[in-house]
Design a protein around this ligand. Structure first.
Ligand SMILES: O=C(O)C[C@H]1C=CC(=O)O1
Length: 96
């Protein structure tokens, strides 16, 4: 199942820089492992915002929930999920 996910990051101003750096390093490793697995298909920065648009390809809602709640930055994010399905006018052979 494909999902569009918007993640808005709000790091607290009083978060110690060393702690922030450690969380961001774990976030990057977590994200890149999921990208290598094919479950996190795309990630795009939103110009001018500390936010991204991502596309996930997962088994079901429960797997997406597990992935998103496992994000090291989860507690500092507002996450908006939109389920996707194939458009009837799409000319693509597959859903990639
Ligand atoms: O920077 C972000 O958009 C937040 C987060 C999502 C993946 C990642 O590496 O960082």
């Amino acid at each position: 199942m494909l999902f569009h996910v918007r993640m808005d990051v709000h790091l607290p101003r009083d978060l110690p820089p060393e702690e922030a750096a450690e969380i961001l390093a774990r976030e990057k490793a977590y994200s890149q492992a999921l990208q290598h697995s094919g479950k996190w298909r795309h990630i795009w920065r939103l110009a001018g915002e500390y936010a991204n648009f991502s596309i996930f390809d997962v088994q079901d809602n429960a797997e997406l929930h597990e992935i998103l709640t496992g994000l090291p930055l989860f507690r500092f994010m507002k996450i908006t999920v939109t389920p996707l399905l194939r458009h009837p006018s799409s000319i693509r052979e597959d859903d990639s």
